[in-house]
Design a protein around this ligand. Structure first.
Ligand code: HEC
Length: 142
């Protein structure tokens, strides 16, 4: 009896919390499969290459949706509707200046007053993935 109670307690107090903590897969940056988007090369392009690309736009939105939901939604909100924890990304305009700001932020993250508020995605997401995420964000109704 004692042993069973011990096992029960072990399951509830040790394994369950561990599963909850480690089960939070979306807390770590997730690689994004960009199959379907031709490689853009090593040099970072300055503006979103998919915005006016009739052929690749929809593929970019689809891939960007996956990339956004696994890497950005936990802070910037589901369907890009911010819950207040981080800026509402639908409000960023769609021009080239905003593209440059977007890519800079995503690559470098954001540290405010010595505290990291957003992790850097440099080395984790390739530029196809980042521009696809940007395309997905811009496709959301504001
Ligand atoms: C851990 C939470 C967190 C995650 C994850 C995160 N962000 Fe952020 N992001 C923030 C916060 C907080 C800010 C505001 C930083 C500041 O105060 O300057 C921000 C700022 C930004 C900005 C600048 C917005 C503006 O209006 O100036 C962009 C663009 C951005 N994030 C894009 C992304 C993208 C794309 C992803 C996913 C690849 C992502 N973020 C993941 C928390 C996060």
């Amino acid at each position: 009896m004692r042993f069973r109670a011990f096992i029960g307690a072990f399951l509830v107090f040790v394994l369950l919390p561990a599963a909850v903590v480690y089960g939070h897969g979306d807390a770590a940056p997730q690689p994004v499969d960009t199959t379907g988007l031709p490689p853009l090369g090593d040099a970072w392009v300055a503006s979103n290459p998919y915005r006016n690309d009739a052929k690749l736009h929809d593929t970019a939105v689809e891939i960007g949706s996956r990339g956004y939901n696994s890497n950005c939604a936990r802070c910037h909100g589901l369907e890009v509707k911010s819950g207040g924890m981080a800026p509402d990304l639908r409000e960023l305009g769609e021009g080239e200046t905003e593209d440059a700001w977007f890519i800079t932020r995503v690559l470098n993250g954001a540290t405010v007053g010595g505290r990291q508020k957003m992790p850097p995605f440099h080395g984790l997401l390739n530029q196809e993935a980042i521009w696809a995420i940007r395309t997905y964000i811009d496709a959301q109704p504001n």
